[in-house]
Design a protein around this ligand. Sequence first.
Ligand SMILES: Nc1nc2c(c(=O)[nH]1)N[C@H]1C(S)=C(S)[C@@H](COP(=O)(O)O)O[C@H]1N2
Ligand SMILES: [Mo]
Length: 427
Amino acid sequence: MTFGFKDKKPSRRQFLTGTAAAAAGAVAAGSTRAAEPDPLITEIQDWAAGLGDGVDATPYGLPIKFEDDVVRRNVEWLTADTISSINFTPIHALDGTITPAGCAFERHHSGAIELRKEDYRLMINGLVDKPLIFNYADLERFPREQHVYFCECAANTGMEWAGSQLNGAQFTHGMIHNMEYTGVPLRTLLEEAGLDAAGDLSDKWVYVEGADASSNGRSIPMEKALDDVLVAFKANGEALRKEHGYPVRLVVPGWEGNMWVKWLRRVEVMDGPVESREETSKYTDTLADGTSRKWTWVMDAKSVVTSPSPQAPITHGPGPLVITGLAWSGRGAITGVDVSIDGGKTWQPARLAAPGTDKALARFYLDHVWDGSEMLLQSRARDETGYVQPTKAQLREVRGENSIYHNNCIQTWWVRETGEAENVEVS
Ligand SMILES: Nc1nc2c(c(=O)[nH]1)N[C@H]1C(S)=C(S)[C@@H](COP(=O)(O)O)O[C@H]1N2
Ligand SMILES: [Mo]
């Protein structure tokens, strides 16, 4: 393999060279020789002939304008208006595992509200020894913890039950984000209020609600409330964004996003669940026989190839191809991901960029040598409990096709010789 100049568009011959080199195992990226010298290397460019922006130009930075397609998107026909709606994380264009707050999906039932820290109150009431009201500064005085967790809306991938209707990982799997949270364990605040009055805790619940008009009330069993639930005020090191619940939200690791109450205003200790709208008519799973399952809180192991994918086609010829994606499980850490290029007939283990951690996104890579022929790309996640992500057919056998929520099936992208990809089903 030789090194040298490279044209903007590689020639057909370079594709062939690349293929041969790759087949021989020498896959140093970008190391092909072009006939002509590249002016981007040989000529002084505008950006080097003058000066750039000073440090006072950008007190708080946004991504450079060339990245302006890496944004949240909503699908107009999915909901009646944007106030009670969702948008989707551009997972097809991101790498690593931490979701930048500015493009992390939002889900609101009555819009994103503006609540000042000074006006923030959190009440703990019900079966506690001493009902308490905290302000924001009070919360900052309790011992803090930091954890990275994914938040996935139970409706993520929900449109796949009836077929393959949305063409892009952003739309099929983008109701997920993964951030590093700083906050106080809910347990600490409940203990501050005192739980002796509640008696036997094994059958007790907490009811949590937000300060927005929808309130988004949910019942959480006491066992989970005392386990790993966080009352969070920072995400990825900075204050929560307005749309993610500023100044304080609940983080309910591994459980459906709906329970991650934003603008958290009240936690009531109760002797039973409330059976609120969000846990009866919504966020329950209708089975084939028309009955519905409730209390399906945990998000089961799931994964998706983010690139190549419909919004991230292959833009080069045969040869080295990085196949990458995300995997996660609400039951613990991801322990492995397999990738198939033939629609699930054969599988090969992908490489985890870092060992999976508890209830957080894992990034996987398969360093593939693409022969230029079409692929039926799939990924299959496995978690520390030994659970393996099911196929669509396996899931439909148990759940029918009436569901919306909790679709964690294996996703298929049909990648064509052109490099373009499409959302398809294999049977
Ligand atoms: N107060 C309040 N909390 C809420 C909601 C809401 O509308 N109001 N939406 C819930 C739903 S359905 C989901 S999936 C998550 C989404 O969190 P995000 O907006 O940070 O992505 O927040 C949950 N918490
Ligand atoms: Mo949700």
